[in-house]
Design a protein around this ligand. Structure first.
Ligand code: PMV
Length: 355
């Protein structure tokens, strides 16, 4: 697994136990009290169009964020003093949601996701932290993924000035394939509704799932350009383009139609049709000027060995994604073209505690 540290965990070497002259310590070596893992996500269809009320389709990926919490003498995160102000989503989960009043915690975080790459690393951290604290405070109680999705979303909103779509947190909490839209999309299974008071007024979303057929035998390969994906700037750029060139609204409607076609193909397990929809979606995103030469180069490199490929997320930088039955070959092609590949299954399991 790639270790592109958000923050890396520090496991103590067992040899250390022999060097510490504390008999109590020798009998009870330090171990994480609780551990939880939450996956990242990748948007297959509908990025940018979802800002205008159309649906977006996201899948959970295999890589994600693991959190371990151990009781300690002082509050630390990754070996450094924990400062609530620097980690608003974590302090929101600890104090606002769970009203934690227990002993200080040593928090270790290990990430297998590229950060600021549109893979939902922040949402995965919020969800894994929520699951770990839930397990610490309510031992033995079943983890409710919808409750966690809501907790994660509220933490993201807290950390992002009241503006956060539930896409990343829902995909990471629920796992599988998630559809987020202003209203329920035909052919999907409704899971829950989310709403948020934003600085621009109240926003509502319907979160649904699509069950992928068992015979859906293909992998995703993500390719990171190495450049961060500035979501806010890209969304603002699209808004400006639409104001200056209203005819570009046709691209938004086209993306909505492609998303619907992609969803039908996903439900039917039709890999070629999913790939065609991905290619078509990339073209429309190029027309909206959110692709980049680096993203286009990785998409082109992946295509000869893929059913389809497109940028994923906000664009400008970040990642592209390819659907393929030859992930090693696509991975190599992406690497040769200058990208950093990450192979994943399609629709990984959602957030969970670890033994
Ligand atoms: O790159 P990400 O994961 O932040 O995706 C952004 C998706 C957008 O549709 C561009 C913005 C949004 O809020 O949905």
């Amino acid at each position: 697994m790639q270790r592109c540290a958000l923050l890396e965990s520090t496991a103590s070497s067992p040899i250390l136990y022999h060097l510490i002259p504390n008999p109590h310590f020798l009998l009870t070596p330090p171990h994480p009290m609780v551990r939880a893992f939450a996956p990242g996500k990748c948007i297959l269809f509908g990025e940018h169009a979802v800002v205008y009320g159309h649906p977006a389709v996201a899948v959970a990926i295999d890589s994600g964020v693991e959190v371990s919490l151990t009781e300690s003498d002082s509050w630390t995160i990754e070996g450094m003093a924990f400062d609530s102000w620097r980690h608003p989503h974590i302090s929101h989960i600890l104090y606002d949601v769970f009203e934690y009043e227990g002993p200080p915690l040593k928090m270790d975080i290990s990430s297998g996701l590229f950060s600021a790459a549109g893979l939902g690393s922040s949402a995965a951290l919020s969800n894994a932290m929520g699951a770990a604290i839930h397990s610490l405070m309510r031992p033995g109680e079943t983890l409710d993924s919808v409750e966690l999705a809501r907790i994660g979303h509220s933490a993201e909103a807290k950390a992002q000035g009241g503006r956060a779509s539930p896409t990343d947190t829902a995909a990471s909490a629920l796992g599988g394939c998630v559809v987020v839209s202003a209203k329920k999309v035909e052919g999907t299974r409704h899971i829950f509704d989310a709403s948020l008071e934003t600085p621009e007024g109240k926003r509502n979303w319907s979160i649904c799932k699509v069950d992928l057929p068992a015979e859906f035998d293909a992998s995703l390969v993500l390719g990171f350009t190495g450049v961060g994906s500035p979501t806010g700037d890209m969304v603002a750029g699209v808004a400006k383009l639409l104001a200056e060139e209203p005819e570009r609204h046709a691209d938004m409607s086209a993306i909505a139609n492609i998303t619907q076609a992609g969803l039908t193909a996903l439900s039917a397990g039709n890999l070629r049709a999913v790939g065609m929809a991905m290619d078509a979606c990339h073209e429309r995103l190029q027309a909206l000027q959110v692709s980049s030469p680096a993203l286009d180069a990785l998409v082109e490199a992946a295509r000869p060995h893929s059913f389809g490929a497109k940028l994923t997320g906000a664009g400008g930088g970040g990642c592209m994604v390819a659907l393929t039955d030859d992930p090693q070959r696509v991975s190599e092609a992406i690497e040769i073209a200058g990208g950093r590949p990450l192979i994943s299954s399609l629709g990984a399991k959602g957030v969970r505690t670890l033994d």
